[in-house]
Ligand binder design. Sequence first.
Ligand code: GLY
Ligand code: MN
Ligand code: MN
Length: 445
Amino acid sequence: MNAQSNASLQPLYAAHLDIQRRHTDEALAATGFDALAIYAGAQHMQFLDDQPYPFKPNPHFRWWTPLAEAADCWIVYRPGQRLQLIFLQPADYWYKPPEVPNDFWTDAFDIKIIREASEAKAHLAGLTRCAFIGEWREEFTDWGFTGRNPEPLMHRLHYVRAFKTEYEVECMRRASRTAARAHKAAEAAFRSGASEYEIQMAYISASGQTENELPYPNIVCLNANTAVLHYQNLERTPPAEMRSFLIDAGAQLHGYAVDITRTYSQRDDDYAAMIKAMDEQQLGLCSEVRAGVDYAEIHLSAHRRIAKILRDFDVITASPEEALASGLSSVFFPHGIGHLLGLQVHDVAGFTVSPDGKQKARPPGHPYLRLTRTLEPGFVVTIEPGLYFIDQLLDKARTSPLGKQINWQQVERFKPYGGVRVEDDVVCTSDEPENLTRPAFANAN
Ligand code: GLY
Ligand code: MN
Ligand code: MN
């Protein structure tokens, strides 16, 4: 991301801060606090070693600033006052100290530079009724905080995070372009016969993001491995026969994630037709992302649509409605249709239906759905229907009454391909939904 395009984010960021201040002021007033001290977090060392695990700032910190090199930094927020960034720049010759930030967002902050983490205490002293937000450390015990991640306050802040500002959506639009470019490189690597590992390297190189900068571990799988929902191995040699390729991989900009899955067939076969059918149903589901729609209903709609594909391909004999009611569709589609997306890939507050933290349960029989809220303008959600031939679930179904409604010959035919998933990121608006992913793919080369 060059300086020019970052500069174009400045007015959007300023408007984002105005909205965030309003939300935060309301949350503080409702819960009896005067200030927030948001701790980005500390480096964590590996056991018996002097090497840290990769560092990621606390998402509350990233909500205010895109600063990524932020270990032991703090943000202080007080209604009506300028934001403060307490910025740790250690005197160090082992590692390169982070540079004092100077970017499209820094005008909003008074930046206080500290050389040691403990110096933050002096800058935080004197704050009254101040809530601490972040990963707690024992050394903060006498720093004067009134609450540690107080639940009523956290509920309010999490609830409003679902409503993305135009700045946040624009970050995700731009991150979608990065991810689409990398997806195209991964597809080309697959078509050229690359191994899972080589495809992963092609993706990372084309994205320009390191593994730690990418928003989640890529899922890169060939053939039957595509039936493993969060497949994590990367085989170093290509399979003798290349049949199918599933990649679930994202990108981020200024901390905002995108989450995208594509599936490809090596040949023009029935499996390719199944991918096409899934793609069509997925677009149908994307168009269901409308203000006022209960997201759990989209999940149930996905079950019906996937059951229809299964029946059209002669894998099951039940009708879509029967397959949903009996649990047959869950044998093949055992995860949720999607989730909120933002600073976290599985963004917070998917079940929180009011600012005071009231929770809405999942529909019975759907334990992996991550979002049950009614959609409102500004929500960004994923839509990720899938169907898979998973031994563990099929073996269980075989010995149950559901087994009679499965065409086991067809199951054996499709098993070597693994599964199919198509995942886009969609913004709910007051009108037509905005699909962030499809235009990014259409324009990527
Ligand atoms: N990439 C994880 C997910 O799709 O939820
Ligand atoms: Mn995904
Ligand atoms: Mn997802």
